[in-house]
Design a protein around this ligand. Structure first.
Ligand SMILES: Nc1ncnc2c1ncn2[C@@H]1O[C@H](COP(=O)(O)OP(=O)(O)OP(=O)(O)O)[C@@H](O)[C@H]1O
Length: 289
């Protein structure tokens, strides 16, 4: 079966006052159906822009140059027109952000926001059907009183609760692919851990493929089947999670691992000292059989 997502030669550059700056230099990345893949690298390496291109939020403009091919669910979405491309967002692919407040609308109740998301998939869905499905989904993310939450505004809920709501909303249309950009890191460490456990349960139950974007190697090891390590807009190493962690082959991966603070040390920078070795050719580990 073909991969759910298949990216070939993805290049991104920005034209600015100081000329053209390329930030992605030909990325290849694929995700099978139901597979959990992590894209890991330090700040500024190109993780978020890759996710934005997959979602169709970053496209060719006067200042941005995007080249390469993005295939999703058997279709070349890089050449798709804006409207059908936008229709994929929130339906077949959805996103969980670092901070729930950036994706929930403060002026609408949670119930109304659920209905809007569900009607992207099925325009004529009745109020009653929306409520029933939203309630079931909130129960799945262990929200004890779904009726109260549906009638609440985001500011009336705790950060952790909003995070659960955001996950429920991202999965309510049963997307084939979930993009998760450092989920929960804007909140405290315990919420972050809960978020990952919750996400792990849900995607396993619904067979949702995930691209997890993170600079936290502990999280990646816990969550992903396969890993891509990105450094300055290039994939430097890829392979099954166990192989990457047991036998890191690229100097940058090794440095990234060495930079992880021992024991807990959360919050410390995980940025390795720069070395010329980081420009060494990509290392590919064979797939586990
Ligand atoms: N609109 C833009 N114009 C110019 N440069 C941009 C733009 N958006 C992103 N970049 C550059 O692209 C590079 C990759 O950025 P990106 O946000 O993808 O990094 P990241 O790996 O997600 O980092 P972080 O972990 O901090 O989110 C950075 O050097 C950034 O400055």
């Amino acid at each position: 079966m073909t991969d759910l997502l298949d990216i070939r030669g993805l290049t991104l550059g920005f034209r600015g006052l100081n000329g053209y700056t390329e930030v992605l230099h030909g990325i290849d990345l694929s995700i099978a159906r139901g597979e959990r893949v992590a894209l890991v690298g330090e700040s500024g390496s190109g993780k978020s822009v890759t996710a934005r291109i997959i979602l169709g939020l970053l496209q060719e403009t006067r200042t941005a140059r995007v080249a390469g091919r993005v295939n999703f669910d058997g279709r070349d979405i890089s050449s798709m027109r804006a409207r059908p491309r936008a229709a994929l967002r929130g339906t077949d692919m959805s996103m969980i952000f670092q901070d729930p407040t950036s994706s929930l609308n403060p002026t609408f109740t949670i119930g109304r926001q659920f209905a809007e998301v569900m009607r992207r998939r099925e325009a004529g869905l009745s109020q009653k059907a929306c409520e029933a499905r939203a309630t079931a989904m909130l129960e799945e993310v262990s929200i004890p009183d779904p009726a109260r939450v549906l009638s609440a505004y985001p500011f009336q809920l705790s950060g952790g609760m909003n995070q659960r709501v955001m996950i429920a909303m991202a999965l309510v249309n049963n997307p084939k692919l979930l993009l998760a950009d450092e989920p929960g890191t804007a909140l405290d460490v315990s919420v972050q851990a809960q978020t990952l456990t919750l996400m792990q349960d849900l995607v396993a139950r619904h067979n949702t493929a995930v691209l997890l974007i993170s600079h936290n190697l502990g999280v990646v090891r816990e969550f992903a089947d396969r890993v891509y390590v990105i450094y300055r807009g290039r994939i430097v190493e890829t392979g099954p999670t166990a192989a990457i962690f047991d036998r890191p082959g690229h100097a940058y991966t090794r440095a990234l691992m060495a930079a992880v603070p021992r024991i807990t040390g959360a919050g410390l920078p995980e940025v390795p000292e720069v070395s010329d070795d980081f420009l060494a050719p990509m290392v590919t580990h064979p797939e586990a059989t």
